[in-house]
Design a protein around this ligand. Structure first.
Ligand code: SF4
Ligand code: SF4
Length: 100
């Protein structure tokens, strides 16, 4: 006899972080990023075509697989944490450059 089970996934609400940012206007919801992430940071969105849900944000290694394997450029981008946001200032021009 088949039984039905509900599964609940709850993001980390007390210490939320956002290792990547999805652009819902560009993301097609193909879930490539869900598949390639080595530590399952995301789960598929139950809404078809919507960006995946970030479930285990703190576990992100910033390995880049999700960004590199996305077929829709700009759909997912890194959101580096503050300690990983070095800036360089050109002493002559004053131009400030930042890792993206
Ligand atoms: S971010 Fe890219 S790889 Fe991930 S679901 Fe959206 S389109 Fe697919
Ligand atoms: S950067 Fe790597 S570890 Fe982090 S969400 Fe993307 S694929 Fe997963």
């Amino acid at each position: 006899m088949a039984s039905e089970q509900n599964v609940f996934a709850i993001p980390n609400i007390p210490t939320p972080s956002m290792p990547v940012i999805f652009d819902p206007k560009v993301c097609k919801g193909c879930n490539n990023c869900v598949e390639v992430c080595p530590i399952d940071v995301f789960i598929p969105n139950p809404r078809k075509g919507a960006p995946p849900i970030i479930l285990h944000a703190e576990e992100c290694w910033y390995c880049g697989c999700c960004v590199d394997d996305c077929p829709s450029p700009g759909a997912v981008q890194f959101n580096w944490p503050l300690p990983l946001k070095p800036r360089w200032k050109n002493k002559e021009s004053g131009e400030v450059r930042q890792l993206r």
